[in-house]
Design a protein around this ligand. Structure first.
Ligand code: SF4
Length: 593
């Protein structure tokens, strides 16, 4: 793509003028002959409008079905509200199914692919419903409208992976990847499969009930899987070796999935299964057919070939005794790990990827598979509005360095500081690495008489953050995976953030073992990149506009090694590395009062 004029398509009906950063980005794209771009766009640089203009310019150049990708529905809604002409498409879980009226079921809870006769089915070519005049299936209708619109479609990474890449329902000529630093993690999280003895036993039973020729073959797989798992140490996650995966792959390959599909359909036809009455059994059969294919594909990628190392890993876990209420004794977990080649393959030729935190462009590209012309935009925020405190007297909380009391002592320091702040009506966000630390902190902060909010016991992290935003509590507490990114607390909602320690992988985690084997010492580059991105993301939670004022406390001395060096230039003056914790608390009170 040569000299794409992004500025020409800037939405001037919505914004009176382009920001300096938006002009820089559009000139960068215009002057380049590359077709893939990676932009680091700090908060406030106007990235959504850049992406929107880029896709509009692509459309004008003749490119079809451009997509704007985001990690979740909330962000998709934000893009839609900023640019109402884009079409938002959501997964099945966001739409009701009309085939079972009165049952309040979502489209992902029903065996849709086995209900071809559904009168509400919207033909994706013609737009006609299966039964003329029938109410239109909302899930299929939104996809049909997006295809027909000829405009920009906004969707989640997961929707894109399944509907665009796997199912080939769209053929996008250009894609914007928002929050691109997290795309590998997002893809990994949806490509994780659990194969359990209980599930397999259910599948065998279901196949038996429709007299399937494949019930016995699947049962053989189940028995061998249990034998392989049982040979490992109990209650420990152990990575399977290549020969074991090869054997499991051969056994799954022996299952004729086409025969399974045909037999299920035949069972429906002859009335062995009733579409309405046996909905749950039918759904399980649908999942069975899909899962078998997924297992095969996943095992394949877990094996090395002549041209590549394994991309997935599989670990086994089993319990000596089944606890009451538990049904799974033997389990295999297949995790997609190195998804960069997949991301590369699923994206078209023209890509604009951006994020507030890209950091090292080479490692970003290694992790995400997105390699293009890179530009880091300057921030429009003032470093005077923020501080990044790295106190001199907090402990090093790495497993090797910390002593027995360091964790409790440092969590108590944070709890006491929260108390000081809450007395001045300054609210805080505390981000810890593990659930155990979260619980311990909740205990300590309660002892200080400070009202802290956290999730659990039926309250989701999202709901809890909403309550906090609405004014409940003085402190919001959560782990890195829940509150490290995606939770915005600007305008004084939580002007103080405590970031407890960097989330390096646990040595006993199978993913860590896999990365050690796969990358050797190189793994440290990726791990350090991830913790740097983590730090930059956490720091940005309370500063979302030029007016916001907020500070971040880095607690573990592990941060000292890389924190200053990883900050973008504009933020470096905000780093305070020579004061004690108490001095930092005092400076915060002065700054925020
Ligand atoms: S096509 Fe029919 S069965 Fe499938 S989700 Fe839509 S309404 Fe439900």
């Amino acid at each position: 793509m040569e000299h794409l004029d992004v500025a020409r398509f800037f939405p001037r009906n919505r914004y009176s003028a382009m920001l300096g950063t938006q002009k820089t980005a559009s000139n960068f794209i215009k002057e380049s002959v590359a077709s893939i771009f990676a932009l680091e766009c700090p908060t406030g640089t106007g990235k959504t409008a850049i992406g929107y203009s880029y896709l509009k310019a692509m459309l004008a150049s003749g490119v079809k079905q451009p997509f704007y990708l985001v990690p979740n529905k909330t962000l998709a809604e934000q893009v839609k509200s900023l640019h109402p002409d884009v079409h938002a498409v959501y997964g099945r879980n966001e739409h009701p199914c009309l085939f079972y009226p009165g049952e309040n079921l979502k489209a992902d809870e029903i065996p849709c692919s086995l209900l071809q006769e559904c009168p509400h089915r919207v033909n994706q070519e013609t737009g006609e419903t299966k039964e003329p005049g029938a109410e239109r299936c909302p899930y299929l209708q939104q996809k049909y409208e997006a295809k027909q619109s000829g405009g920009i479609t906004v969707a989640t990474h997961a929707f894109y992976l399944y509907s665009v890449f796997f199912a080939k329902e769209f053929e996008p000529g250009a894609v914007v990847v928002d929050e691109a630093h997290g795309i590998a993690k997002a893809i990994r999280s949806v490509l994780e499969f659990h194969i359990t003895d209980w599930n397999l036993a259910r599948m065998v039973e279901l196949l038996g009930s429709i007299l399937s020729s494949q019930a016995e073959v699947l049962d053989h797989f189940r028995k061998r899987m249990i034998a392989i798992i049982k040979a490992k140490e109990a209650s420990k996650k152990t990575i399977l070796e290549a020969e074991e995966i090869r054997e499991l792959l051969d056994l799954t390959n022996a299952i004729d999935t086409r025969a399974v599909d045909a037999e299920i359909r035949a069972a429906i036809e002859v009335g062995l299964i009733d579409r309405k009455k046996d909905r749950l059994a039918l759904k399980q059969l649908e999942i069975l057919g899909r899962d078998l294919r997924m297992y095969m594909r996943s095992f394949e990628f877990a094996l090395p070939t002549e041209v590549r190392h394994p991309l997935n890993f599989t670990f086994a876990f089993w319990r000596q005794e089944l606890e009451e209420g538990k049904r799974v004794q033997y389990e295999l977990v297949v995790k997609s790990y190195y998804v960069a080649p997949l991301v590369k393959k699923m994206l078209p030729k023209n890509v604009l990827a951006y994020s507030a935190t890209i950091g090292n462009a080479d490692i970003f590209s290694h992790e995400t598979g997105i390699k293009g012309d890179f530009l880091s935009l300057p921030s429009t925020f003032s470093s005077l509005n923020t501080r990044i405190f790295m106190p001199t007297d907090t402990p090093n909380l790495s497993v090797k360095e910390r002593n027995r009391r360091d964790k409790t002592k440092s969590l108590r320091m944070i709890a006491k500081a929260c108390k000081t702040f809450s007395r001045k009506s300054i609210r805080s966000l505390v981000v810890v690495a593990s659930n155990e630390e979260r619980k311990k902190f909740l205990e300590l902060v309660a002892e200080e008489g400070v009202k802290a909010l956290s999730y659990g016991e039926g309250v989701t992290p999202r709901a809890c953050a909403r309550q906090f935003r609405e004014g409940e509590g003085d402190v919001l507490v959560g782990t890195d995976s829940n509150y490290g990114e995606g939770v915005d607390l600007p305008k004084g909602i939580a002007p103080v953030i405590f970031y407890y320690r960097p989330s390096y992988p646990r040595p006993d985690d199978p993913a860590t073992v896999f990365e050690e084997r796969r990358f050797g010492n190189q793994r440290w580059h990726v791990w350090n990149w991830r913790v740097i991105i983590g730090l930059l993301q956490v720091r940005g939670r309370n500063i979302r506009s030029v007016e916001d004022v907020g500070v971040t406390f880095l607690i573990s001395q592990q941060f000292r090694r890389f924190a200053f060096g990883s900050l973008p230039e504009w933020l470096k003056p905000a780093y305070v590395g020579g004061k004690t914790f108490e001095e930092c608390v005092k400076e915060t009170v002065k700054m925020l009062s």
